[in-house]
Design a protein around this ligand. Structure first.
Ligand SMILES: Nc1ncnc2c1ncn2[C@@H]1O[C@H](COP(=O)(O)OP(=O)(O)OP(=O)(O)O)[C@@H](O)[C@H]1O
Length: 304
């Protein structure tokens, strides 16, 4: 059964079509990543799903309730946890008071356990919080009533690497307990560790929905090399090398060589390492390709 179903969901802001006939399902029990660059329409989709704004056309169902049906959606929200990209807590309230307020609306069976995990300060007013602490408080409010479905808008923004890791482990454990997760991100490396499937949105339009493995296989790695001595560029004449940029040395005798280079690699990593094995590298980094590059490579330039 689908936890979320979008059917031609559209939001027209006049100047901007922020959601353009979106149609896809999020299955119960999956972790679904909603990916897109800044301004793609992720927050708009989430706000439509939670009934904060009304669709211009089309609709969606969340836990079986149509988002245009106010009372049905209120019913559904008892079972939903939501983390906004800008949690708008009362700045004068302390963390404890914010939690008490949320508890009075939805319950707080899991408050103690979540406080132990994310430990936001509780006695200080929210206006004194760092953005990371606001995010931690937001995570506690999102999960403390033990929801069946969580909708998270850029949940790791502001968290330090340790907290990001803790959050990822927590989310996986929640998912194993059966919680459905829909979360937005503009960072590919973040969704790759967590998601079963990803939907990619760009300029309000759904570009693709696919298993995360498929996306990663196609998107490749961003590779940078730095060598002590010139390496013949022909060494990188391998299948899967794209957008190769090389520099140095300036010596005219060294034409056709490089000491620094960057490229996207979609080929066999062993073949690349073997080709480089006889060269004297000072540095080598192989990272997830940035989402913007993936868009350019597979989904065309900014003319969609
Ligand atoms: N209330 C509004 N009125 C007019 N335009 C809006 C409104 N809210 C959002 N937009 C526009 O709709 C588009 C999508 O915005 P949205 O915030 O949904 O994108 P996003 O993918 O969440 O971006 P980010 O990753 O930067 O948070 C943008 O062009 C934005 O400027």
């Amino acid at each position: 059964m689908a936890a979320i179903e979008l059917e031609g969901l559209t939001k027209d802001y006049g100047e901007v079509l922020a959601a353009d006939e979106l149609a896809f399902d999020v299955e119960a029990g999956e972790i679904f990543g909603y990916l897109g660059p800044n301004g793609a329409g992720k927050t708009t989709t989430i706000r439509l799903l939670l009934g904060f704004i009304s669709p211009t056309a089309g609709t969606a169902r969340v836990l079986g309730h149509d988002v245009r049906d106010r009372s049905g959606l209120i019913e559904a929200k008892r079972r939903i946890g939501y983390l906004s990209d800008e949690p708008g807590f009362d700045e004068r309230a302390t963390g404890a008071e914010v939690l008490d307020l949320h508890a009075s609306v939805k319950g707080d069976d899991r408050r103690a356990e979540l406080l132990e995990l994310f430990s936001p300060p509780l006695d200080r007013p929210v206006r004194e919080y760092s953005s990371g602490n606001v995010q931690k408080l937001g995570l506690v409010t999102t999960f403390m009533h033990d929801p069946d479905l969580v909708v998270l808008d850029e949940p790791t923004s502001g968290l330090d690497p340790l907290m990001k890791q803790r959050f990822a482990e927590f989310l996986r454990a929640e998912n194993e307990r059966g919680v459905t997760v829909f979360f937005s991100s503009h960072v590919l490396s973040e969704v790759r560790r967590l998601c079963d499937r990803v939907g990619i949105v760009r300029q309000g339009r759904l570009v693709t929905v696919e298993p995360v493995e498929t996306l990663l296989t196609r998107s490749g790695k961003a590779v940078r090399l730095h060598s002590a001595t010139p390496i013949p560029t022909a060494v990188l004449d391998l299948e899967g090398v794209h957008d190769l940029e090389t520099s140095g040395p300036d010596d005219p005798d060294s034409t056709g060589t490089f000491t620094e280079c960057a490229f996207t690699f979609t080929g066999d990593i062993n073949a690349l390492l073997e080709a480089l094995s006889t060269h004297d590298l000072l540095d080598c980094s192989i990272e997830e390709a940035p989402l913007e590059d993936v868009f350019l490579r597979f989904y065309g330039a900014d003319d969609a």
